[in-house]
Design a protein around this ligand. Structure first.
Ligand SMILES: NC(=O)c1ccc[n+]([C@@H]2O[C@H](COP(=O)([O-])OP(=O)(O)OC[C@H]3O[C@@H](n4cnc5c(N)ncnc54)[C@H](OP(=O)(O)O)[C@@H]3O)[C@@H](O)[C@H]2O)c1
Length: 315
């Protein structure tokens, strides 16, 4: 739901909330949002209330809303944490948050250690059902595990372009039964047929914050020419399975058993790719496909060396 925040085109609230129902009816039942994604948390409340009134409370069974707490640097007390979580609960109209994903900007500021302890207490008290992280690197996830905190997931950038999680994070997650929730899997739409054979876009042509963010990532990864080679290879594989380039890109990430889900951005009420994205569940990539893809990826730069571990681009 970053796509409703205002930096991805004008969102008509009514249209957006109505379209949430279309996704849920089609089986896209898990939503990712954050306290700072514009009206996202408010949309959840309106959506849930309407659906409950029209279709009954059962219609929300299995529909999950994973928000985030992204605090600005400050001294952390239990009161600060409680207040933030209460605001999200109120905005979303939920007694308990399905999952709270915690983000922290600056590891030099040790307040994150207090924050996670207090979040854990809130989980024990029942206002948060599950505790997840977002954009934490391997060293700091391990720190939480050493403190005895139970973490169910870490939401990180993971795509054919950004494979940093494969370097260190996957191993830790595997050993501690933590799932990765992958974002950026479509590079804002760049990893799709729309850009196959196209000249390199100018900055002004990158019409969402997401496209801008990931075009920058592609530049660091290896540039537009190599990206086109990758798109061509993905297109060959896509044709074999009668799916799309976007499907192959998402499937690549989902093939990894440590990945709990790929979070696909949706510009609610503006554009949708529901039918196409459903096809991601109809096929699987075999070792030969993966070898062919890896043949292209081998020519790219190592983003771990350039940027650092997961989330370091935010620090
Ligand atoms: N934790 C974090 O720091 C963080 C950071 C970024 C994102 N996220 C989460 O991840 C979500 C996804 O955002 P993202 O920025 O990573 O975007 P993304 O999923 O890589 O790209 C989404 C865009 O891809 C296009 N698209 C979707 N399905 C397609 C298909 N089948 N074929 C062609 N194009 C398709 C759509 O573009 P059009 O709308 O132009 O058609 C859509 O807006 C966000 O909403 C947010 O919840 C989290």
């Amino acid at each position: 739901m970053w796509q409703v925040s205002g930096s991805h085109g004008y969102i008509d609230n009514e249209k957006a909330i109505r379209s949430m129902g279309i996704y849920v009816d089609k089986g896209f039942t898990t939503w990712d949002l954050a306290d700072h994604y514009g009206p996202a948390e408010d949309f959840v409340k309106i959506f849930r209330e309407r659906r409950m009134n029209i279709k009954g409370a059962d219609s929300l069974d299995g529909v999950n809303f994973f928000t985030k707490w992204v605090p600005r640097p400050q001294n952390i007390t239990k009161q600060v944490v409680q207040k933030a979580i209460d605001i999200s609960r109120k905005r979303m109209g939920m007694k308990a948050l399905d999952m709270l994903q915690f983000h922290w900007w600056d590891y030099q500021d040790n307040n994150y250690l207090k924050a996670i302890e207090f979040l854990n207490e809130l989980k024990d008290e029942g206002t948060i059902k599950y505790l997840g992280l977002t954009n934490f690197d391997t060293v700091h996830v391990k720190k939480f595990l050493d403190m005895g905190i139970e973490i169910v997931s870490n939401q990180v950038q993971y795509s054919l372009i950004d494979r940093r999680p494969e370097k260190r994070m996957l191993e830790l997650c595997k050993n501690h039964n933590i799932k990765l929730l992958a974002y950026g899997t479509l590079c804002g739409g760049l990893l799709s047929k729309k850009y196959l054979g196209q000249p390199e876009p100018f900055n002004e042509q990158l019409y969402t914050a997401s496209l801008y963010k990931y075009k920058n990532m592609i530049d660091r990864w290896g540039g537009w020419k190599l990206f086109q080679t990758l798109l061509k290879k993905l297109d060959e594989i896509a044709k074999k399975y009668k799916v799309s380039i976007a499907n192959v890109a998402v499937r690549y990430v989902l093939e990894n058993p440590i990945v709990g889900g790929a979070i696909i951005g949706a510009r609610l009420g503006i554009s949708e790719h529901i039918e196409e994205n459903e096809r991601v569940f109809n096929f699987s990539l075999n070792p030969e496909d993966l070898d062919q893809i890896n043949g292209v990826l081998l020519k790219s730069r190592d983003l771990m060396k350039i940027i650092g571990d997961c989330g370091d681009e935010y620090r």
